[in-house]
Design a protein around this ligand. Structure first.
Ligand code: SME
Length: 160
């Protein structure tokens, strides 16, 4: 369960977003429905993003899933880009300046920083959650921890 940090002012920050996401996904376990909702939720609630969505593991290749933002690359090899690095290492990739990341795939030239969280359930790599921002250094360590918690809520709430 999520850690519902509360102050006298009520929930705030990622604790609030976690509670909102749990409520949004409650009662539905379909993957496409929940991934579509999650993309729209992150895109509208986090701010300063130009892309938010999923790439799915299809036989060791990443294939575009539900997302919000401009049209994007459809297939990404595990050996390519920030998404491929997250899939291969199964470690979140927080990239302050994508132009300094060797092999970064520029789907949208507006992207300057990126956070990619691997989605792993019961040892299986389901895919990755990819967030792009037009601002260099958009994602802090706090953002990473918060978005990893949101990804975990999605995995728990969804049949995969
Ligand atoms: N920039 C990503 C590709 C996906 S798009 O940003 C939507 C990468 O380097 O893996």
């Amino acid at each position: 369960m999520i850690d519902l940090q509360s102050t006298g002012d009520g929930l705030h920050g990622y604790a609030l977003l976690c509670a909102q996401l749990e409520a949004l996904l409650a009662g539905e376990r379909d993957f496409i429905a929940n991934a579509a909702q999650m993309s729209a939720f992150l895109y509208s609630e986090l701010g300063d993003l130009n892309w938010a969505g999923f790439y799915l593991n299809r036989n060791e290749e990443l294939v575009l899933g539900p997302f919000q933002g401009k049209v994007a690359c459809v297939r990404i090899l595990f050996s390519k880009g920030v998404c491929g690095a997250a899939a291969t290492t199964r470690i979140t990739q927080r990239v302050e300046d994508v132009h300094a990341f060797p092999g970064h795939i520029a789907c949208d030239s507006a992207s300057n920083s990126e956070l990619v969280v691997p989605l792993v359930k019961e040892g299986r790599l389901i895919g990755v959650l990819d967030l792009d921002s037009p601002s260099v250094g958009r994602f802090t360590e706090e953002d990473q921890a918060g978005i990893e918690r949101l990804a975990e809520i999605f995995l728990q709430a969804t049949d995969l």
